[in-house]
Design a protein around this ligand. Structure first.
Ligand SMILES: O=C(O)c1ccccc1N[C@@H]1O[C@H](COP(=O)(O)O)[C@@H](O)[C@H]1O
Length: 216
């Protein structure tokens, strides 16, 4: 399973989180976020990461050109679109950046948003399902209604996000079978400052969950 830890702002924390088991790190390129990082900051963090780590820039409602500039300046391996980007926007981004992983985040307000997900299947690599919040785009710690996700089985890979914590991750994985998970605010002391003890607790719980699964 892919494990993405999002909202990395500090090189030492990013590196330590990869050593604890993260397969992907996320960098918030949304200026209004308290976790916002510039291209220079991202480049400094990427320099010290193992090559195997996927690095995802999180954008919302900006131009294809702005995303292109950030990706080419930094060497990010993927882009997460967290705003109201259309399937056509995804196609235009794919054309200009053919070799990056393209992840579309959907903020799930009701089961109807899951129907909307179908419009993206042919235009992206992965979907990411986050909780809906009326004022904030992401990093809210709001949990999704897992019940409505039970029948969700898209033809592309998908990430579960939204209010996942070291305490509820076991229950989430028992109920749902995502290809990946994405966590941010529950692993922080304050926005952008990750608490490595909490990150460690997360990986211990995930590892215990999969060991238990193997023995049954
Ligand atoms: O984290 C942010 O500040 C942020 C800002 C704008 C768009 C997305 C953002 N974060 C994304 O939010 C989800 C879930 O976060 P949490 O675990 O509920 O705190 C995650 O996908 C981040 O990429």
């Amino acid at each position: 399973m892919r494990i993405k830890i999002c909202g990395i702002t500090q090189p030492d924390q990013g590196y330590a989180i990869t050593q604890l088991g993260a397969t992907m790190l996320g960098f918030i390129c949304v200026r209004a976020s308290p976790r916002y990082v510039t291209s220079e900051q991202i480049s400094r963090i990427l320099e010290i990461l193992p090559n195997s780590i996927q690095t995802i820039g999180v954008f919302a409602n900006v131009s294809v050109e702005e995303i292109y500039q950030t990706v080419t300046e930094t060497g990010l391996t993927g882009v997460q679109l967290h705003g109201d980007e259309s399937p056509d926007f995804c196609d235009r981004l794919r054309q200009i950046l053919p070799n990056i992983e393209l992840i579309k985040a959907l903020r799930i307000k009701s089961p109807a948003t899951l129907i909307q997900a179908q419009n993206y299947f042919n235009h992206i690599d992965s979907l990411l399902l986050d909780a809906y919040h009326p004022q904030q785009l992401g990093g809210t710690g709001q949990r999704l209604d897992w019940q409505i996700l039970k029948p969700f089985s898209p033809p592309c890979s998908w990430f579960l996000a939204g209010g996942l914590t070291p305490d509820n991750i076991g229950e989430a994985l028992q109920q749902l079978k995502p290809d990946g998970i994405d966590l941010s605010s529950s692993l922080e002391r304050s926005p952008g400052d990750k608490d490595l003890a909490k990150v460690n607790q997360l990986f211990q719980t995930i590892s215990a969950f999969f060991s238990e699964l193997k023995t049954h």
